[in-house]
Design a protein around this ligand. Sequence first.
Ligand code: SF4
Ligand code: SF4
Ligand code: SF4
Length: 277
Amino acid sequence: MVNKMNAILEKTEEATQMKGVAKKKRTSRRQKVRKITILISFLLFPVIIFYLSPYLPIRGGIEGVIVGSLIVFAVLFTGALFLGRAYCGYVCPAAGLQNVCMNIENKKTKGKYWIKWFIWVPWITTVILMPILVAEEGITQVDFLYQTRENYGVSLMGLPGYVIYYAVLGIIVVLAFLVGRRAFCHYGCWMAPFMIIGRKISNFLRLPALRLKADKDKCIDCKRCDNVCPMSLPVNELVKSGNMEHSECILCGYCVDSCPKKAISYVFSTPSKSRSK
Ligand code: SF4
Ligand code: SF4
Ligand code: SF4
């Protein structure tokens, strides 16, 4: 009994010390680089916005053209087979904006991540049907620069370009403040499903890929990983379950770099046999 009490006290003391470390906001070099990268990506957003457009694939489909943004989405899907959603953690411009928002409003988002599928399914169905039902000869051309030769970037497109750009930013910012961290990623993003499906296929085929691995015996339940996770995931629970796979995990590594006990690590491996979420 005494031994058990001592063990609990030791654990509590350790957790308190770790909270102190947490307060110092130790940010690893990797996280600094990651945050700078997505910030630069966000600053480039006015230039690259049309290569992430959900509208141009529909417009191109009507004319039988596979456009630049559709090619980018295909690359994201293929990349997710081996890198999961690392694009969301390390590259996406919308991630940079939401990271800035997190410095002001940092509340967690809660579940209901299926909402984005109600946007994505009708959209991708429209994208697929346009060349089949509307384009006279189906797909006839692949043009990465479709509609962006003359109207390169927001500024050269004039007022409509600015309206679209600021409307997108507005939606992302409002969701971040009203709903919580990375709310747009959870509920509104049309790119996330490509990567989620890619990851599911990768897991099904048991392909080697970038993953998180946890050693639950090292965990002291300090919950720092829960607090820092930009996707508001129950990381501590995942660690305890021994299965770090989660469709909303963007492999940003913030939990890896924040864990005082190094209980979480990156690995490049095939999936564990336990069921993924
Ligand atoms: S979920 Fe969408 S908006 Fe969020 S980081 Fe990924 S691609 Fe960007
Ligand atoms: S895995 Fe999470 S809860 Fe466990 S020690 Fe690391 S940061 Fe703390
Ligand atoms: S679980 Fe870890 S790697 Fe995944 S999103 Fe959260 S902090 Fe990033």
